[in-house]
Design a protein around this ligand. Structure first.
Ligand SMILES: Cc1ncc(COP(=O)(O)O)c(C=O)c1O
Length: 394
């Protein structure tokens, strides 16, 4: 084993000048372990991934089973393989018929890239409408439709014909016109600091898309897979998207994303041109086996039934005069403080004392908490005690 900090800093490309630099040897349930035996409670689920905890035994078993059969055998969409077949069947049972056709990819940003291309291909239009403060990924297309302008400047030119509207503003929906191929939005904005729209707003978005012929893409890469208390967040708003995108927790710890739509819409990617969207590893059988086991665990362990009670417990425990506001849906929280510096100090103190929380790229004065849905009451109480101390010491 090699947990050398020098090696990490010299040979792995950095994304920030100040990475966490915690060596992690193994992970189980809500805990991460360093080689020196130090234990951390992962209150951010590896940023929205470990919704059923780390290394869930059922997921490990499904991966092992698939490893004994085959790994990659062909690029996406040619051979009939059992793991993607079974995953698509499971999703079709969980989703309405209009979301009965899945395209499996490798990541969240790729799911959104595929969804944007699909909307342009299906409608024959070029316009894209997105929301201020949104985050949809880091590749060129997804970055183009992400709302944090400052983060885009170094990478222009990006996609043309993208229009931004204010999230949760019904008045702004008038800016969606018949030129729009699609409207892309997170059902609950994550990186903006957990912004929860009203039911009325989401229904008005749906109506406007139907009126103008723009496809509604709901990005549930962060807020899906039970995070908000329902398997998919859109269920809580009484609407259906035309295209749904998933990733992160979808794979149970392995990399997989999906864009999901109707067979009629999805079929347009197979002609004019053929191979309209292609991927070598999308639908990788090991990742599909892991994703299917993850969906089964959520169901078999009735995890969704407990999300709200756990969320309320967190909210009740996290009371402190320095918290200006808590925004919460299910087990997805933003705690607002007066400055990014204070949020930083809280994150640092908590980490030093064995609890991992984080901030938001586009809202750095808030604390991000999104624990595994499997977290126990005792684990919640212990973690909140550390966070309260961190706030007190900030
Ligand atoms: C809402 C949302 N969409 C898309 C992405 C991009 O996913 P990935 O990092 O897998 O490309 C993220 C990642 O944080 C996200 O939160």
């Amino acid at each position: 084993m090699d947990f050398s900090t020098d090696l990490f800093l010299s040979h792995l490309a950095p994304t920030t000048p100040h990475p966490f630099l915690i060596p992690i040897e193994r992970a189980e349930g809500v805990y991460l372990y360093s080689p020196d035996g130090k234990r951390y409670t992962d209150l951010i689920s590896g940023i929205g991934v470990s919704n059923i905890g780390h290394r869930h035994p059922k997921v490990i078993e499904a991966i092992r089973h698939q490893l004994d059969k085959h790994l990659h055998v062909m690029v996406y969409g040619e051979y009939i393989q059992s793991a993607p077949n079974r995953l698509a069947k499971k999703l079709s049972e969980l989703l309405p018929p209009s979301l009965g056709c899945c395209y499996f990819v490798n990541s969240g940003t790729e799911a959104n890239e595929g969804a944007l291309k699909l909307a342009k291909r299906y409608t024959g239009r070029t316009g894209i409408v997105s929301c201020n403060k949104s985050y949809h990924g880091s590749t060129h297309g997804s970055l183009s439709v992400s709302g944090n302008e400052a983060r885009k400047n170094a990478f222009r030119p990006l996609l043309p014909d993208v229009r931004f509207i204010e999230f949760n503003s019904v008045a702004d929906l008038d800016r969606i016109t018949g030129q729009a191929a699609c409207v892309i939005m997170e059902t609950v904005q994550g990186d903006a600091g957990v912004r929860i729209p009203t039911r009325e707003y989401m229904q008005a978005v749906r109506k406007k898309c139907s009126q103008t012929g723009a496809l509604l893409i709901l990005d549930e890469i962060q807020c899906g897979m039970g995070r908000t208390g329902s398997l998919f967040a859109f269920e809580q708003f009484g609407i259906l998207p035309d295209i749904l995108t998933l990733a992160k927790a979808f794979g149970g710890g392995l990399p997989i994303g999906a864009f999901i739509s109707s067979k009629a819409i999805m079929s347009t990617l197979s002609h004019d041109p053929t191979l309209g969207h292609i991927t070598t590893f999308g639908g990788n059988p090991v990742c599909c086996a892991s994703a299917l086991a993850t969906l089964q665990v959520i169901e078999e362990e009735s995890l969704l039934n407990h999300v709200e009670a756990k969320g309320i417990l967190f909210e009740g425990l996290l009371r402190h005069a320095r918290i200006r506001e808590i925004r919460r849906i299910g087990l997805m929280f933003a705690l607002d403080f007066d400055s990014a510096d204070r949020a930083n100090r809280i994150v640092d103190y908590a980490r030093e004392n064995g609890v991992i929380c984080y901030w938001f790229l586009s809202h750095p004065s808030s604390l991000r908490i999104a624990p595994p849905l499997t977290i126990s009451e005792q684990e919640i109480r212990a973690a909140c005690a550390v966070i309260l101390k961190a706030i007190e010491n900030s």
